[in-house]
Design a binder for this molecule. Structure first.
Ligand code: PMP
Length: 418
């Protein structure tokens, strides 16, 4: 009998049979509080009734209106509706299926639009697993080792990871921007550099928010050198951090290209890149494409997602519940010295486990994650050592569920720290 490939690595042993709101249920009808949201995808919770209804209706009307062959209403409506939420000036959209594909599309666009080849990425960034996206990824050698040679022309500049660098945020920003200037002076000349790809909150790399001054520094250098600033908001976008886009925490920073996926369609495969029309027009028609991009059912799910985010005020909820979560996690950390740092933005929160000498402690982190799963709380690790446990609940999370998760977390950390 065929079996699932052993290359599949799973964070929990749960076999889910159904999902409802903040909970997943298994075959024994055991309830699991889901603080993973399918890695930040099910933004409106599992099977939100409005998303389900929109999908049902659309599936009965048109499932696949292949977008390089025919246009369909859902694609046109979604394009128009995204105008309400996109950063100013980013009025041209191209749809794909996954985050990695959208990263590839942004890479293509950056090279086409500038006629330059090189790109700069930031230490610890994750941009996906396809070859181009993996070449931009420095969140851990597990994403790169053994698959090379990877794409040339990628230079890595420092990310202001204050905790890891043992610096204040201000010092870390200064250090990182100086490092970027050095990369531009010694590795890739501005005239050869098409784009900088950056996550406004480092995701897989360890849940580290980029300070506003850092993103402002990137914007300034991008303008000065004619380099495109590409923000990978695959994990951080769509309300996740308590603003619609995470970069909106950094006043005045507007990207040249934004990449979105995950939370966009509440679980249906859909991603997009957005840029000013003038920039998109520098690539030729047909230079981007794909069989399934902008699938009609996925677009219907995205339209319903936008309605739910607006009507249920989910961006404000993410800010409010995120603050509650961070405060609770800090309290747990204050009781258990195995947690050396707690950080986050909105509903992206991480607890970093370290040994007394300050080195990463993935073993205790993994024990805490497993102990949480045994108690019915699903969590994911991140960081190159896997010693950061992250919480990414759906944006519909309520205060009572934050408190429920914190109670389970405290018990799990206590068990792991024994
Ligand atoms: N960029 C970021 C910031 C991500 O977090 C991810 C997925 N974790 C990706 C890109 C890749 O997305 P996908 O897995 O949908 O290809």
């Amino acid at each position: 009998m065929p079996q699932l490939s052993p290359v599949l690595k799973q964070a929990t042993p749960v076999v889910a049979t159904r999902g409802e709101g903040m909970y997943l249920y298994d075959a024994d009808d055991r309830r699991h509080l889901d603080f993973t949201s399918g890695v930040g995808v099910t933004s409106t919770g599992h099977c939100h009734p409005r998303v389900v209804e929109a999908v049902r209706q659309q599936a009965g009307q048109l499932i696949h209106g292949q977008y390089t062959t025919v246009l369909h209403n859902q694609l046109l409506q979604l394009t128009e509706r995204l105008g309400d939420v996109l950063p100013p000036g980013l009025d041209s959209l191209f749809f794909l299926n996954s985050g990695s594909e959208a990263v590839e599309a942004a890479l293509r666009l950056a090279r086409h639009a500038t006629g330059r080849q090189n790109v700069i990425v930031f230490d610890g960034g994750f941009h996906g697993r396809t070859m181009g996206a993996a070449s931009l990824t420095t969140a851990g050698t597990r994403f790169r080792a053994g698959i090379g040679p990877l794409m040339p022309g990628v230079a890595v500049a420092p990310f202001p990871s204050a905790f890891r660098l043992g610096m204040s945020k201000e010092e870390a920003v200064e250090y990182a921007l100086r490092g970027l200037d050095r990369v531009l002076a010694t590795v890739t000349a501005p005239a050869e550099t098409a784009a900088m790809f950056v996550e406004p909150v480092l995701g897989e790399g360890g849940y580290i928010p980029a300070p506003a001054a850092f993103l402002a520094g990137l914007r300034e250098r991008a303008d000065r050198h004619g380099i495109l600033l590409v923000l990978d908001e695959v994990q951080t976008g769509f309300g996740r951090t308590g603003r619609f886009w995470a970069h909106q925490h950094s006043a005045g920073v507007v990207p040249d290209v934004v990449i979105t996926a995950k939370g966009l369609a509440s679980g249906f495969p859909l991603s997009a890149i957005a840029a000013p029309t003038e920039l998109m027009a520098k690539a030729w028609p047909g230079s981007q494409g794909g069989t399934y991009g902008g699938n009609a059912v996925a677009c219907a799910a995205a339209l319903a997602t936008l309605d739910v985010i607006r009507d249920e005020r989910l961006v404000a909820n993410a800010a409010e519940q995120g603050a509650r979560l961070l405060e609770g996690l800090r309290k747990v950390a204050s009781e258990f010295p195995v947690i050396a740092d707690v950080r986050g933005l909105g509903l992206m929160a991480g607890s970093e486990f370290c040994l007394p000498d300050g080195s990463p402690d993935p073993l205790t982190a993994q024990r805490a994650q497993r102990a949480a799963a045994e108690r019915g709380l699903l969590l994911l690790p991140c960081g190159e050592h896997g010693n950061i446990i992250r919480m990414i609940p759906a944006l519909v999370v309520k205060a009572a569920q934050i408190d429920e998760a914190l109670t389970l977390w405290s018990a799990a950390v206590s068990a792991a720290a024994e």
